[in-house]
Design a protein around this ligand. Structure first.
Ligand SMILES: C[S@@+](CC[C@H](N)C(=O)[O-])C[C@H]1O[C@@H](n2cnc3c(N)ncnc32)[C@H](O)[C@@H]1O
Length: 363
């Protein structure tokens, strides 16, 4: 799976989340249903949405970022079987052969800041301009833009955040930027760019919803402003050493505000029309684990918690809670900071089943 560097990305956790979603969708419903549905409310790189789509879910992938919408349109909404692969490869070859051209990206991201080598900045400018002429329809446009984001990510000179530049150029930044056809996935899905709370109020019911909201004050819009600008192609006024888009000053997510985040999350959990809800959570953010557990128990009844390690598939269901959110189980592995919650009918049994099949120890 080819995907951009993204803070908080759930790359390592995808198999676990997908296993939980599958077990949840199957729970209490013997026999196959015609179709199973899922919504990734804060999809970011779309890694989780892609995993769910590969597992047979009809997935709606949502995020407020324009770049996330492009990734979702390419990977989730587009059926790889309907793509004219030969034609796309020819277009990619044509874009790769363009001579560089100094434009907004070169000036802003390579001269005023140092996210890319100027030669690659000129290639980004040339490809971005021509892409609109060669793309035949929204799906092709999203696929080519995804190819451009991934190509830029492979040759950037950042630590993964578009905030400060490295003192010396990263070795990968000397490589020539080259587009490659993204690994598209068979099947149908949907890409949405909405506030997750607004979507939760408006969407059709789904079997499973997955929520991975920002958990502290750091704004994704600011951290990934260059991806946003490359996709929007709107040459915004830029400020500061990081040359961020002017709208980084005003674009705020409620989830980045200590004051607003709890009400936003509470409303989301109560509004989302999903039989089961899976939530990613980090205990170094605004909320405590106990508070989230109570919230989920209140909205969905049964809740199970699985601690998950950052780099290894180590995990166990450590907290056992009754429907009132009171802890009735033993706690271990207290050093874990990342957790997955599953809430809804049979949550404890679902978490047990997934823990057992992933070989994880139980708490
Ligand atoms: C922790 S990241 C999600 C990472 C994702 N699960 C992945 O594996 O790539 C949180 C995401 O929430 C998005 N976001 C922030 N506020 C939002 C809101 N109110 N509605 C929808 N998306 C939002 C951000 O743009 C960011 O992509």
């Amino acid at each position: 799976m080819r995907v951009i560097k993204y803070i908080g990305s759930k790359r390592i956790l995808v198999p676990r989340i997908v296993a939980l979603a599958q077990a949840a969708a199957a729970h209490g419903r013997p026999g196959r249903r015609r179709s199973i549905t899922a919504c990734d409310l804060f999809c970011g790189t779309t890694r989780v949405a892609q995993g769910l789509k590969r597992a047979g879910f009809h997935v709606t992938a949502n995020d407020t970022a324009w770049y996330a919408e492009m990734l979702a349109t390419a990977y989730v909404a587009t059926d790889s079987r309907k793509v004219r692969r030969r034609a796309l490869e020819a277009k990619i070859a044509r874009l790769n052969a363009l001579p560089g051209r100094r434009g907004y990206a070169t000036r802003t991201f390579c001269e005023e800041a140092r996210y890319f080598q100027p030669a690659n900045g000129r290639r980004i400018d040339a490809i971005r301009a021509e892409l609109e002429n060669v793309a035949d329809g929204p799906a092709e446009r999203a696929i080519l833009l995804t190819a451009l984001l991934e190509a830029a990510d492979r040759v950037d000179s950042t630590t993964g955040l578009q905030m400060a530049c490295l003192k010396a150029w990263a070795p990968r930044s000397f490589t020539r930027l080259e587009l490659r056809l993204p690994d598209l996935i068979a099947g149908r899905g949907a890409a949405v760019r909405m506030d997750a709370n607004a979507l939760a109020r408006a969407m059709e019911p789904v079997d499973v919803a997955y929520a991975d909201p920002p958990y502290n004050q750091h704004s994704y819009h600011s951290n990934y402003h260059a991806w946003e600008t490359i996709v929007r192609n709107d040459s915004p006024e830029a400020y500061g050493v990081a040359r961020k888009r002017a709208d980084c000053r005003t674009t705020r997510s409620a989830y980045n505000s200590r004051k607003l985040a709890w009400d936003a999350l509470s409303a989301l959990v109560h509004d989302v029309p999903a039989r089961h809800l899976i939530v990613s959570f980090n205990d170094e953010g605004f909320f405590t684990r106990a508070a989230i557990t109570r919230l989920l128990a209140d909205a969905k009844g049964e809740v199970a918690t699985m601690p998950v390690a950052h780099r290894r598939y180590v995990g166990a269901r450590i907290g056992i809670y009754n429907p009132r959110g009171e802890k009735v189980g033993r706690v271990s592995h207290v050093t874990n900071h990342e957790f997955l919650f599953i809430a809804g009918p049979g949550a404890l049994q679902i978490a047990d089943q997934v823990s057992a099949s992933s070989g994880a120890a139980r708490g």
